[in-house]
Write a protein of this length. Structure first.
Lengths: 274, 150
């Protein structure tokens, strides 16, 4: 399979990418690691006229400790996150999730920003970042804005990004020393999550995020509320699918996804010591 | 577009369509046909090659994206008559049946051992999660990689 014809533009910095987006507008699509976009292009489900390759924008590949806040460049690869001492120290949930994306080959190409901007509700990275309370720095001609992870995706593969904007940095408050859990159910090792659950504790507060339980990644708010009011993990996990509207597909029925959300939440809470 | 890529130590300047995938550049333009196309959907790993030393699935990388970089295919592993230790491991432990997945398995294993020189059997199995063997001959493949790591 070969993608439909397009014009290739290489942009090795944010400025070069911004210039390309400014010139080509919504005809252009940013290509980071390409591990989600290229398969869609090969299936002709995505047919951008212009592909702007930012995979070598080294100014957007970094992990930085900004004094209690971890700042991660959007083009930092999954393999680099998984082995980063800073990510392992401040956000072990993210390091673990990054190490469980796809397979080693995918992790050698795929990037944190690419995964977030692709906005697939079954993806590991945005699920972990939602539980971690991350925010996303978006830059465009009018300057930068910071969007909370919960407000970023507006639907299946849809985000608040304007055609001339680019996700440039992921920021999250350090979770050093806090406990966490991540549980993913897949039919084969490398599959996208049938359902996944990320749990992040911060002191007495617990955040629970769900993958593939709707058109975006989402918080298990009923479980979080139950925990906050003193419920035990098993009782709280029984509410994990409340308010979610999972799809049924060839991988799993909607009812099975609800079951998985409850069971995996219980396991992830246990792993996090709740 | 024109691009220059070093493949197995030799620099090539080639003219490709913007949409050309790395695997098609290797197979169709450079005649390096050890790299197989299996699923063509980033699942099976038969097209695995090394990009600057790291395993990637060449069906899911644009040729344009490797301009100026270095690619290693199975053909580039041996040094003259001397096989790479992973190739030796596959031979001594009979790490193949039909052989279709083998080039990708070997390249994935080279990358795996580069990142983790002394893996456990479980780490080898985890490290091969991106490579499928349609003969289901995983046992000897794992043994071959552990042998190579000795």
């Amino acid at each position: 399979m070969i993608p439909a014809p397009f014009d290739y533009v290489r942009a090795d910095s944010y400025d070069a990418a911004a210039a390309a987006l400014g010139e080509h507008g919504d005809e252009a699509k940013l290509l980071a690691g390409g591990q989600s976009l290229l398969p869609l292009m090969k299936l002709r489900l995505a047919t951008p006229a212009i592909v702007v390759d930012v995979s070598r924008a080294s100014d957007l590949s970094y992990v930085r400790d900004d004094g209690g806040v971890l700042a991660i460049g959007a083009l930092t690869r999954h393999c680099d996150l998984a082995r980063s001492a800073d990510v392992t120290a401040h956000a072990p949930l993210l390091a673990h999730a990054a190490g469980s994306v796809g397979d080693p080959q995918v992790r050698h190409r795929g990037t944190i920003g690419g995964s977030v901007a692709h906005a697939d509700p079954s993806a590991d990275i945005p699920t972990a970042l939602l539980a971690l309370g991350a925010s996303y720095v978006v830059r465009g001609p009018g300057g930068s804005r910071e969007v909370a992870a919960a407000d970023f995706s507006t639907g299946f593969l849809e985000t608040v990004l304007a055609p001339d904007e680019m996700l440039v940095e992921i920021r999250l408050p350090s979770a050093r020393g806090e406990t966490w859990g991540y549980e993913k159910f897949t039919r084969r090792a490398i599959d996208w999550a049938t359902v996944a659950v990320a749990v992040q504790n911060r002191g007495a507060e617990t955040s629970v995020a769900l993958a593939n339980m709707g058109s975006t990644v989402l918080r298990a708010t009923a479980t979080e509320a139950a925990l906050a009011s003193g419920a035990g993990a098993a009782d709280a996990a029984a509410h994990a699918d409340e308010g979610a509207e999972p799809a049924g597909d060839v991988t799993a029925s909607a009812d099975f996804r609800r079951h998985l959300a409850r069971v995996l939440t219980k396991r992830a809470l246990a792993a996090a010591g709740r | 577009m024109n691009l220059t890529v070093t493949v197995n130590g030799t620099a090539h300047t080639v003219d490709v369509e913007d949409r050309t995938l790395l695997v098609h550049l290797l197979r169709d333009q450079l005649d390096l046909t050890a790299t197989n196309i299996g699923c063509d959907t980033t699942s099976c790993g038969a097209c695995t090659v090394l990009l600057d030393g790291e395993s990637v699935k060449s069906c899911t990388v644009l040729a344009a994206s490797v301009d100026g970089r270095s690619v290693t295919t199975l053909e580039g592993l041996a040094e003259g008559e001397r096989w790479h230790r992973v190739q030796e491991g596959f031979r001594s432990m009979h790490g193949l049946q039909c052989g279709f997945c083998t080039p990708g398995m070997v390249m994935a294993a080279v990358s795996l051992l580069d990142e983790n020189p002394s893996p456990t059997a479980d780490e080898v199995r985890q490290g091969l999660e991106g490579n499928l063997c349609r003969c289901t001959g995983y046992h000897n493949i794992v043994a071959a990689i552990l042998e190579a790591a000795k």
